[in-house]
Design a protein around this ligand. Structure first.
Ligand code: FE
Ligand code: FE
Length: 167
């Protein structure tokens, strides 16, 4: 918990805290994706990052709607987990010279990001339902589904790369 986060006493507090965590994370991801697209060599991977940037903007829009529906101010809180994942992605990408290896490193880093989002949205959907917020749960589920689909696409790109190399 950050220095400035108020104490978490109820499930509702915990829900809002986690919403603020993913809101911050999505905004950091939005900043990181253009650079990942620039670094990618494979046109399909480049395109994939660009598509997910637009989806990420949609995720942020849905989160704003969830804040509004739940009657709390839209606000991010520091999320050291996503900062660490993105920092590591940046470090690895800047160290790899070989292009196909760089693409493999970018895919692995992107999947770590997607898996973080999947775990957060999975939890948020469950908690929203528990709190009787079916409206919020439906929006969060849409984000969850897009993260899962992105993760699938990244796996497919990785497999295609491996197959090409093996051929
Ligand atoms: Fe997202
Ligand atoms: Fe994502």
């Amino acid at each position: 918990m950050g220095w400035f986060s108020k104490d978490i006493a109820t499930m509702d507090d915990l829900f809002v805290h986690t919403l603020q965590d993913i809101y911050y994370a999505e905004n950091q991801i939005k900043k990181a994706l253009p650079e990942m697209a620039t670094k990618a060599t494979s046109p399909a991977l480049k395109q994939g990052f660009e598509t997910h940037l637009r989806e990420t903007e949609g995720h942020i829009g849905r989160l704003r709607e969830v804040f509004r529906l739940h009657g709390v101010e839209e606000q991010g809180i520091n999320c050291p987990a996503i900062d660490g994942i993105l920092e590591e992605a940046n470090d690895v990408a800047s160290e790899v010279q070989d292009k196909p290896v760089l693409d493999a490193a970018l895919i692995a880093a992107a999947q770590a990001v997607e898996h973080y989002e999947i775990t957060r949205y999975g939890t948020l959907v469950a908690w929203a339902k528990q709190l009787g917020r079916e409206d919020c749960a439906a929006l969060l589920k849409q984000n969850l589904d897009e993260e899962a689909a992105t993760d699938e696409k990244l796996t497919q790109l990785a497999m295609d790369g491996i197959n090409r190399k093996a051929a």
